[in-house]
Design a protein around this ligand. Structure first.
Ligand SMILES: [Zn+2]
Length: 240
């Protein structure tokens, strides 16, 4: 979602907190916040909604810019999936490379204007660019280890398992192929539904490549007959 000169930090922080903890009923004590090192305003607003000091982490990386133009600090909301998903290092925390802290949402506060001379005057109209991961939220709410086990993906994996005569979760390489098939089958269904056809350039070429890659991963798990049309039927039945 975007806000251009409308709602800003003091609105989006309580709104995102309310959505996660009240609407989705995620456990507040498992949520962690990252902010930019110098963003005291965001810090104070997170404290106001009730985030304890020790769950607010300041990171120099929390800064969005693409060269000259609007830019600013960002603030991420992570959920702690538990020490069993972590690397166990004493430095482990939100932003760690391991799987323990899953980033659910990023709020980008576009409030400065990077000038060619390298200065950062404040923007008159401040903006918000905010995005939460639908599938990540689904995986957390449904208690699944990843996006692929949620009801947004798993029926396609189950279909491919049946056709191939394999089981999910038994062999790492097989699982990779099943995930590729599920992801690509879903993408190609939406692409074709949007009017894209396989071709040798642009988005049509992307479609052709993911189609071929899905077929190849089908072969890798022992599917030698045509199976993608059936996967498309599964996607259509899931997403209508
Ligand atoms: Zn870690």
């Amino acid at each position: 979602n975007f806000s251009f000169g409308d709602y800003f930090k003091k609105e989006i922080i309580p709104w995102s907190w309310e959505f996660l903890t009240k609407e989705l009923e995620l456990p507040a004590d498992k949520l962690w916040i990252t902010i930019h090192t110098e963003d005291d305003e965001a810090h104070d607003l997170w404290r106001e909604v009730g985030v304890p000091e020790e769950h607010i982490v300041r990171l120099a990386d929390n800064w969005w810019e693409i060269g000259s133009g609007p830019c600013g600090p960002d603030s991420e909301i992570h959920i702690d999936l538990g020490p069993e998903r972590g690397c166990g290092k004493p430095t482990c925390g939100p932003g760690c490379d391991c799987d323990r802290y899953l980033e659910l949402w990023n709020l980008v506060f576009t409030q400065f204007n990077q000038m060619p001379d390298g200065t950062y005057p404040p923007l008159k109209s401040k903006n918000i660019d905010t995005g939460a991961g639908l599938e990540r939220l689904a995986s957390v709410i449904q208690g699944k280890p990843s996006n692929f086990e949620t009801d947004l993906m798993f029926p396609i994996i189950e279909y491919a398992c049946k056709v191939a005569g394999v089981e999910y979760g038994k062999d790492a390489d097989t699982d990779v192929s099943l995930k590729v098939i599920a992801d690509h089958a879903r993408s190609m269904t939406f692409m074709i539904g949007d009017g894209i056809l396989p071709s040798n350039e642009g988005r049509g070429y992307v479609l052709r490549r993911i189609l071929r890659r899905a077929v190849r991963h089908g072969r890798l798990i022992g599917i030698n007959e045509k199976f993608l049309a059936g996967a498309v039927d599964v996607v259509i039945s899931m997403f209508g």
